[in-house]
Every structure is written in structure tokens, then in C-alpha cells.
Ligand binder design. Structure first.
Ligand code: CP
Ligand code: NVA
Length: 303
């Protein structure tokens, strides 16, 4: 059973196969072609946290592929009405794939352990693999290649940053992350990266200007992720020097594109001028969530 809980679950060749299929389905859609490759299939979206992009893009992608989606919110009682194991065993008798957004990464791992159909991580506190797939696909569209590019991430080393780092390691990009020491990658994650990708060109710094130098993409995300609301004041204070604004973007080459997974907290991690500016590709990124997840679903369920 193949699950996609982190991008370590897909080999570099498999990620490239997903990108090729996504690009082909994207071209088809632009010509008005929607092949019902997954007619009769059912997708469950099991979400513990709010979502716009992930929820709607997965549901739309599955509809284009001819399948049906059901959204399962807190009322299904995952781990409350019955054990999480029983829940997983029963749910996956009914559906062909589960996309899960969970508060805690171990919840998705437990779901997958007991599931009899593929489970896709739609964001946890640790990882956001589908986001990183869409982000690298967007960089590929913009720059025409991935290997050898440099992606700079400025701000909190969170779930999105971890998945971007894994994606870059797997596809041969250089990755730089600028964050205050307190909000940098944890040693466990750095060890995991090193175990899987000892040759990875990773730059860890506290200096945002150093990170964005020679970057082809400059990325940021919110300083306060879902579930961290009680830490807001401390986080905003520590991260205030890590805003992506015009001055910082000017330290990157003109070819650099600005990326953000959205939703953004405008005026904190990014200024309006940058997110709405000519180098920003945030809307293309959000659109690509749908195209890339469609490719991932078609690839995964064809196996
Ligand atoms: N980027 C992202 O995952 O957005 P949502 O939280 O709206 O799904
Ligand atoms: N880091 C953010 C990403 C939202 C898409 C969060 O986890 O809230």
C-alpha cells in the first residue's frame, strides 16, 4: 500500500513521473479535456483543521477525474467515538483514497498504518508534502528546470519549510533557510535529511540577505501556524526581522520569483508590495495545487 505522508515516500523518479502526468493533465484541461480516469472512485477528505486551497483543490481535481469526494469534519469522531485504528480500518473499506489534514503528524501515520487504501497527507504540524510538490512544479514552469536552482526560505522553519527542504533534496535544488535559532529546523529533522540525502546543498543561516543571494525562488510562510496561536506574541517578536519586503527581495537576483503557500498574513511575513508585485507567483502556485494533486491522485490510484 503506497501512502504519501512525506516526500520521502516518493522517489525522485516518481516525483518526476507525477510532474509529467500533472503537466499533461493541465494541458488537457486547458483544451477542455477532462478524462474520467477515476470514474466510480471515492475520495474522503478527513480534516481536523481549516482549509481553502487543499480542500477545494483536491475535491475539484477528483471531480475532473470523474470521481466523487466526501468531506469528513470533526463530527465523524476520528479517535473520539471509537479507536483511531478501528476508524481507519472501517473508513478505508468504503473509499479508494483518504486525504487527511491532522493536528499531529502521528495521527496521519496511525491512520496510514491501519488503512487498506492510500493515505495522502494534506498538512500536519510536521509536513505539507502536496504544497511542496505544487511549489516545485511552479518553479519548474517558471525556470524550465529544477536541478541546480536555489530556493531560499525566510521565516519559521515549519511544516511547509520541512517539505520544501525534502523536495529540494530529492530533486537536486539548493535550499537555504534563514530563521532565528529558536525557529530553525530541529536536529532530528536535519539528521533525517542527512541520512537520506548526505550530498544535499543546504544552507542554514540567521541572515535573510545571505539566504536570498543568488536565489531563483524566495519563499515565506506565516510566523504563527495553525495550532500555535498561544505563541503568537513571542513568534511575531522573534521573527520580525524576517519579513520579505522590497529591500530583502532586492538582495535576490531579478530572476527570483516570490512564493508563499497562502494564506498569508500581509504586513507580517510579507509586504503587499512583494506579494502583489511582478515577481510574485503565489496565485500560480495555488492553481498548481489542483493540477499537481490531480497528477498525484491519477498516478497513485492507477497503481
Ligand atoms: N496552502 C494551503 O494548504 O492552504 P489551505 O490551508 O487553505 O488548504
Ligand atoms: N504553516 C501553515 C501552512 C498553512 C497552509 C500552517 O500550518 O498553518
Amino acid at each position: 500500500m503506497r501512502h504519501v505522508l512525506t516526500l520521502l515516500d516518493l522517489s525522485p523518479d516518481e516525483i518526476e513521473a507525477v510532474f509529467a502526468l500533472s503537466a499533461s493533465l493541465k494541458r488537457d484541461l486547458a483544451r477542455g479535456i477532462r478524462q474520467p480516469r477515476l470514474a466510480g472512485h471515492v475520495q474522503a477528505l478527513l480534516f481536523e483543521k481549516p482549509s481553502l486551497r487543499t480542500r477545494v483543490s483536491f475535491e475539484t481535481a477528483f471531480a475532473h477525474l470523474g470521481g466523487t469526494t466526501m468531506f469528513l469534519g470533526s463530527d465523524v469522531g476520528w479517535g473520539h467515538r471509537e479507536s483511531a485504528a478501528d476508524f481507519a480500518r472501517v473508513l478505508t473499506q468504503y473509499v479508494d483514497v483518504v486525504v487527511c489534514r491532522a493536528n499531529c503528524h502521528q495521527r496521519v501515520e496511525e491512520l496510514a498504518r491501519h488503512a487498506t487504501c492510500p493515505v495522502i497527507n494534506g498538512l500536519t504540524d510536521r509536513y505539507h508534502p502536496c504544497q511542496a510538490l505544487a511549489d516545485l512544479f511552479t518553479l519548474l514552469e517558471v525556470h524550465g528546470r529544477l536541478a541546480g536552482l536555489k530556493l531560499a526560505y525566510v521565516g519559521d522553519a515549519n511544516n511547509v519549510a520541512r517539505s520544501l527542504a525534502v523536495a529540494c533534496a530529492r530533486l537536486g535544488l539548493q535550499f537555504a533557510i534563514a530563521a532565528p535559532a529558536r525557529y530553525q529546523f530541529d536536529t532530528g529533522f536535519l539528521k533525517l535529511l542527512d541520512e537520506h540525502h548526505p550530498q544535499f546543498d543546504l544552507q542554514v543561516t540567521t541572515d535573510p540577505r545571505e539566504a536570498v543571494r543568488e536565489a531563483d525562488g524566495v519563499y515565506t510562510d506565516v510566523w504563527v501556524s495553525m495550532g500555535q496561536e498561544s505563541e503568537r506574541a513571542a513568534r511575531v517578536q522573534s521573527l520580525s526581522a524576517y519579513q520579505v519586503n522590497r529591500e530583502l527581495l532586492a538582495c535576490a537576483p531579478q530572476r527570483a520569483r516570490f512564493l508563499h503557500c497562502l494564506p498569508a498574513c500581509r504586513g507580517q511575513e510579507v509586504t503587499d508590495e512583494v506579494i502583489d508585485g511582478p515577481q510574485s507567483v503565489v496565485v500560480a502556485q495555488a492553481a498548481n495545487r489542483m493540477h499537481v494533486q490531480k497528477g498525484l491522485l491519477a498516478w497513485l490510484l492507477a497503481r
